[in-house]
Design a binder for this molecule. Structure first.
Ligand SMILES: [Ca+2]
Length: 531
C-alpha cells in the first residue's frame, strides 16, 4: 500500500494539490479487498463492495436512475468521480421480539481522496442507508464529487419507510436513532478511511437537514471531539414540541374549515385558492420592498409586520378579500400554541412568501402536513399536549433543543453553521433562531459565538428547500474555508430554480440581505448584509 501511495503521489495527485490536504488514492482491487475488512475490536460484517467508474449513474435514493422497462430513458451520467462503495453493518444483534437490528452504513471512498471525511445526515426516522453523496447544503457539487470520503447510515434499524417507528419497541434501537449510532459510525468509518488510505482524515465534517440537522446538532453536543465543521439544516430538534406547533396550526384553521361528507374539517380549504392569493399578495405588498427590491422574496424578516386584518372585506366577503374570521384565525394559527398560563409551548411561524407553496410538504396556508398523518380535529388542549411532550421518553433522549454548552466543540476550533427555510411548515425557523440565541448566551455572547457559529435564514424556502426561494447554496465550501483557512462566512451566495438568473447573499443572522440601491438587482453583488 505504501509503495502504491508513493507511486501515485509522484505521478498524479501530489503535483496538482493546491491546498493543505494530503491526497491519497484507492483502486478497484483495493476496493474488492475490503470484502475481508476487519476493524480491531469492532463487530463488523461487510455486506457488499462495489467500484463505480467516473460518471457512473448513481444507484438508488435521490437522483437515482428511473426503473428500467420499455420506454425508460437510459440513466443519466453523474459527475461523480470513480469511487469504491463499501456497505457494512456493525453490532448486528437480535433485538426485542427476535427482530434483527444492527447499524448499517455505506462508505464512499473516492479514487482520488482529498483527505476530508464527511458524514451525511439522515431524514425522517431513518431506517435505510441512503447513497453516500454528501449533497446537503453543498450547492450543486456533492462532497463525493469534490473528493471527500462520505458515509451514510440507517442509524441502527431497517424500516419499511422513512416514518416506520416500529424500532421504538427496542431499547438499543431507540438509543441508536436518538444519538448513539451516529457516534459509533463516525468512529468506525474514520478508522476504515484511515486503514484504507493509510492515513487518518485531515478534517471531518457533518452535514444534514431535518433529522440530519438534528444529528448535526447532536454531534456538536454529545460528540464534540468528532467533527471540525458541522452544517445543521432545519433541525428536527424537538419533534414532540414541533408536533404541537404543527397540530396547533391545523386545529386552528379547522375552526373555519368546511367539512367533508364524513363531517371532518378539510384543513386545506379553510382558505380558498383565491383567499390564499389574497394573503400572499397582501403579505408581499406589506413586506417585499423592505429589503429594497420588490422581487417576490422577503429578506428583511425583522421589519415585516403583516396584519391579515388589513385584508378583511369592507362589505360582504368576496374573492378579493378575507372574512374577519379568516383573518383572526390566521393570526391565531401563526402565533403558535400557548398554554393556559400564556407560556409559548412552541414558537409561531413567520408570514413568508413560501407559505402557500405546494412543493414538498405543503405550506401552512394549506394546513401543513402532520407527521404520521391523520386529522388535527378542531381546537386543541395545549396544556395536555405540552404535558405529554414533557413526559415523552423519546423526546428526553433525542432532543437537541436544551443542551447549549458547546465549549469543547468550539474550544478545539469546531465551526457550526445553521440554516433554516423561513417558510418551513414542519419546524419553525423561529425555533432554530431561539436555540441559536440561547446557545449564544450560554457561550459568551454574540462576539464570542460569531467566531464559531452562524445561522442563515433562507426566505421563501420550505422544509429543507423548495418554495419561491434561492435554496441552492454552498455552505459546505463555507464551513471548509472557515475550518481550514479561518475565513468566517459573513454571507453565503444563494441561487435557485425558482428564480433563474438571480442570486442573493444569505446573511448571518440577525442581519439580512438589503439592496444597495443601484446595480442589477438580480446580482448578489449589489446587496449587503444589514441589521
Ligand atoms: Ca424583496
Amino acid at each position: 500500500m505504501r509503495t502504491f501511495l508513493i507511486a501515485s503521489c509522484l505521478t498524479i495527485a501530489c503535483a496538482s494539490v493546491t491546498n493543505a490536504q494530503t491526497p491519497a488514492r484507492t483502486t478497484p482491487a483495493a476496493c474488492d479487498a475490503l470484502k475481508q475488512l476487519q476493524v480491531a475490536g469492532v463487530n463488523l460484517a461487510v455486506t457488499k463492495t462495489e467500484w463505480f467508474a467516473a460518471g457512473a449513474p448513481m444507484a438508488g435514493g435521490r437522483g437515482a436512475a428511473p426503473a428500467g422497462g420499455r420506454g425508460a430513458a437510459p440513466p443519466a451520467p453523474s459527475k461523480l468521480p470513480a469511487y469504491c462503495r463499501l456497505d457494512a453493518m456493525i453490532d448486528r444483534r437480535a433485538g426485542v421480539k427476535g427482530v434483527s437490528y444492527g447499524i448499517g452504513f455505506a462508505l464512499a471512498l473516492p479514487e482520488d481522496w482529498n483527505g476530508r471525511f464527511l458524514f451525511q445526515g439522515g431524514g425522517g426516522l431513518n431506517g435505510s442507508v441512503q447513497p453516500p453523496l454528501g449533497a446537503s447544503a453543498a450547492g450543486d457539487t456533492p462532497a463525493l464529487q469534490r473528493g471527500f470520503a462520505v458515509v451514510s447510515t440507517d442509524t441502527g434499524h431497517q424500516g419499511t419507510g422513512a416514518f416506520d417507528g416500529s424500532f421504538q419497541q427496542d431499547q438499543q434501537a431507540n438509543l441508536d436513532f436518538a444519538y448513539a449510532a451516529i457516534g459509533r459510525v463516525a468512529e468506525v468509518a474514520k478508522r476504515i478511511v484511515a486503514q484504507h488510505y493509510g492515513k487518518s482524515p485531515d478534517r471531518s465534517y457533518f452535514a444534514g437537514c431535518s433529522t440530519g440537522g438534528r444529528e448535526a446538532m447532536m454531534m456538536t453536543q454529545r460528540y464534540p471531539l468528532h467533527f471540525d465543521g458541522v452544517i445543521s439544516g432545519a433541525p428536527a430538534m424537538r419533534t414532540a414540541y414541533s408536533g404541537i406547533g404543527d397540530r396547533w396550526v391545523a386545529a386552528t384553521l379547522n375552526e373555519i374549515a368546511p367539512k367533508n361528507a364524513q363531517g371532518q374539517p378539510v384543513t386545506r380549504d379553510a382558505l380558498s385558492e383565491s383567499d390564499k392569493k389574497v394573503v400572499i399578495d397582501g403579505l408581499l405588498n406589506a413586506c417585499d420592498a423592505g429589503d429594497g427590491v420588490k422581487d417576490g422574496m422577503i429578506f428583511n424578516i425583522n421589519a415585516c409586520k403583516f396584519d391579515p386584518k388589513t385584508l378583511v372585506c369592507k362589505g360582504n366577503k368576496t374573492d378579493g378579500c378575507l372574512s374577519m374570521a379568516q383573518a383572526t384565525t390566521l393570526e391565531k394559527a401563526f402565533a403558535g400554541p400557548k398554554d393556559s398560563k400564556g407560556r409559548q409551548v412552541y414558537p409561531g411561524f413567520l408570514f413568508d412568501a413560501g407559505i402557500s407553496s405546494t412543493q414538498g410538504i405543503a405550506g401552512l396556508l394549506h394546513g401543513g402536513q402532520l407527521v404520521g398523518g391523520g386529522g388535527a380535529g378542531v381546537g386543541m388542549n395545549v396544556d395536555e399536549a405540552a404535558e405529554r411532550a414533557t413526559a415523552d421518553p423519546s423526546e428526553a433522549l433525542s432532543s437537541t433543543a436544551r443542551w447549549t454548552n458547546l465549549n469543547t466543540f468550539s474550544g478545539r476550533g469546531g465551526k457550526l453553521i445553521f440554516w433554516h427555510g423561513v417558510s418551513d411548515p414542519w419546524f419553525s425557523a423561529l425555533d432554530t433562531a431561539d436555540y441559536y440565541e440561547r446557545m449564544t448566551k450560554a457561550n459568551g455572547g454574540p462576539e464570542q459565538v460569531r467566531n464559531f457559529s452562524r445561522l442563515y435564514m433562507v426566505p421563501g424556502a420550505g422544509h429543507c428547500g423548495g418554495g419561491p426561494s434561492l435554496d441552492t447554496f454552498d455552505a459546505l465550501s463555507a464551513v471548509v474555508r472557515w475550518v481550514e483557512q479561518g475565513v468566517a462566512p459573513d454571507s453565503i451566495t444563494a441561487t435557485g430554480r425558482a428564480f433563474p438568473g438571480r442570486s442573493r447573499p444569505l446573511c448571518a443572522y440577525p442581519l439580512h440581505a438589503q439592496y444597495k440601491g443601484q446595480g442589477n438587482p438580480e446580482d448578489a453583488a449589489n446587496f449587503e448584509c444589514r441589521p
